[in-house]
Design a protein around this ligand. Structure first.
Ligand SMILES: [Zn+2]
Ligand SMILES: [Zn+2]
Ligand SMILES: [Zn+2]
Length: 358
C-alpha cells in the first residue's frame, strides 16, 4: 500500500465498536479559526481569581501545596459563574450536569501559581506534585463518599478545548455514574481478558517494544499488511510509555500508560509519578513543537471505585491527551467515524523526531 495515500478504516483494538478513517489523500481540513489561536499568556493578571495574591476571590483552599506559605498548587471548589459555562468533556453522557448538581463534587485544581505557564514549561518536580494532587483528591473522594462511582480528572487548555479560564487549571468531577466511554473500555477489555487471559493494554504496551503485528484477510487468510508497532512509541520512560494509538479519534492524540500492569491511578507511587511527570512533560513539549498553538484536553481513565475489584486484572489506567487542531466535519459528526489526515505512524515519527533540550 502506498504510504502517502493510506485509506483504510481502523478498528480500535480496545473498543472495537469505535473506528477511524485514515485518509491522507483528503488533504488539509479546515483548521481552527482566528479566535481559537493561542497567544502567549502573561505570568500574572491582576483580575484573575486564580493568580497568586487573589485568593480572596475564590472559596477557601481545600488543599494547598505546600501546606503553608506561598502556594504552588491549590484546589478549590468550583463555584464561579465564570466556570459554569466551562464546557464539560464530550465524554459525559447527556444529562450528566443535572446528575452532578444532584450530588457530586466539582473541584478546580489551580495547576500553578503562574497564570500562563504551559504544562511543558513547569518543572518536573512541580508536575509530579500536581499529579500527586490528582491522586490524593481521587483517594479522598473514593474513601469519603460512598455515592461516588467515578472520578474524572481532566484538563481543558485553550478555547478550542473548552477552556473558559485562561489561568492554567484542571478539574475533578466526582460523580454518581461511570461515563459511558469509560464503561465501554472497562467492558470490552474485560471481555478480552476473559477470552485471552491477558490485559489488552498490557498486550499493546508489549507490542510497542517487541512485536510486529500482521493483519490477515478475514475470509482468505491472506497476509495483508505488516505494522511495525514500535512505530507508535512517542516517548518512553522507566515506568511509562507514550504511544500514538493505532486508531485514535484525534490526529495528534497520544496516550500515556504504565508499562507494568496497574488498574487504578490510586496505586501510582512517588517514584512512578516522577517518571510520569518526565514522560508527560516531554510528550507535551513534542506536541507543542509539532502542532504549534497547542490546545488540548487530557483525561485520566482509571478503574471505578477503588473497592470494586471487578476490573483489577483487565483494566489498565491511562491518560488520553487530545490536541484540538481541526473542526469536526459534518461527516465525522454524522457518522461518528473520525478522520485522520495523517497516519498515526507518520504522526508518531514526527513527534519522536523533535529534539528536546532536557
Ligand atoms: Zn491567573
Ligand atoms: Zn495491563
Ligand atoms: Zn481510555
Amino acid at each position: 500500500m502506498d504510504d502517502d495515500n493510506i485509506r483504510e478504516i481502523r478498528i480500535d483494538p480496545i473498543v472495537p465498536t469505535q473506528s477511524v478513517l485514515i485518509s491522507t489523500s483528503r488533504g488539509k481540513r479546515p483548521q481552527m479559526d482566528e479566535p481559537f489561536l493561542h497567544r502567549d499568556e502573561p505570568d500574572y493578571v491582576q483580575t484573575c481569581p486564580f493568580c497568586l495574591g487573589n485568593e480572596h476571590l475564590t472559596p477557601p483552599s481545600l488543599l494547598q501545596v505546600p501546606e503553608s506559605g506561598k502556594w504552588d498548587i491549590r484546589v478549590v471548589e468550583n463555584l464561579y459563574p465564570v466556570l459554569d459555562d466551562d464546557r464539560l468533556p464530550v465524554s459525559l453522557p447527556p444529562g450528566m450536569q443535572q446528575a452532578i448538581e444532584g450530588y457530586g463534587h466539582h473541584e478546580v485544581v489551580i495547576d500553578h501559581f503562574n497564570h500562563g505557564i504551559p504544562l511543558q514549561k513547569m518543572d518536573q518536580q512541580h508536575l509530579a506534585l500536581l499529579l500527586a494532587v490528582y491522586r490524593d483528591r481521587m483517594d479522598f473522594f473514593y474513601n469519603n463518599d460512598p455515592r461516588v462511582k467515578y472520578i474524572l480528572v481532566y484538563k481543558n487548555s485553550g478555547k478550542a478545548a473548552g477552556g473558559s479560564m485562561e489561568h492554567t487549571h484542571s478539574q475533578l468531577i466526582a460523580m454518581p455514574v461511570v461515563p459511558h466511554n469509560i464503561q465501554d473500555e472497562l467492558e470490552w477489555s474485560r471481555e478480552f481478558y476473559q477470552k485471552n487471559g491477558e490485559c489488552i493494554f498490557c498486550v499493546l504496551c508489549n507490542e510497542t517494544s517487541t512485536l510486529k503485528t500482521t493483519l490477515f484477510d478475514k475470509s482468505s487468510g491472506e497476509k495483508r499488511q505488516n505494522y511495525e508497532t514500535g512505530k507508535y512509541v512517542v516517548e518512553r520512560g522507566k515506568h511509562f510509555v507514550a504511544i500514538k494509538p493505532f486508531a485514535s479519534r484525534y490526529e495528534w492524540e497520544v496516550h500515556i500508560l504504565p508499562i507494568k500492569h496497574q488498574s487504578s491511578y490510586l496505586k501510582v507511587t512517588a517514584e512512578e509519578l516522577d517518571d510520569l511527570s518526565w514522560v508527560l512533560r516531554r510528550t507535551m513539549a513534542r506536541l507543542q513543537t509539532v502542532v504549534g498553538n497547542l490546545q488540548y484536553n487530557y483525561f485520566f481513565h482509571s478503574t471505578p471505585h477503588v473497592k470494586d475489584k471487578k476490573y483489577a486484572e483487565s483494566y489498565h489506567w491511562h491518560i488520553e491527551i487530545c490536541p484540538r487542531t481541526t473542526i469536526p466535519s459534518g461527516f465525522e459528526l454524522g457518522s461518528g467515524l473520525f478522520v485522520n489526515t495523517i497516519s498515526p505512524e507518520e504522526a508518531a515519527a514526527k513527534l519522536r523526531q523533535v529534539a528536546l533540550e532536557d
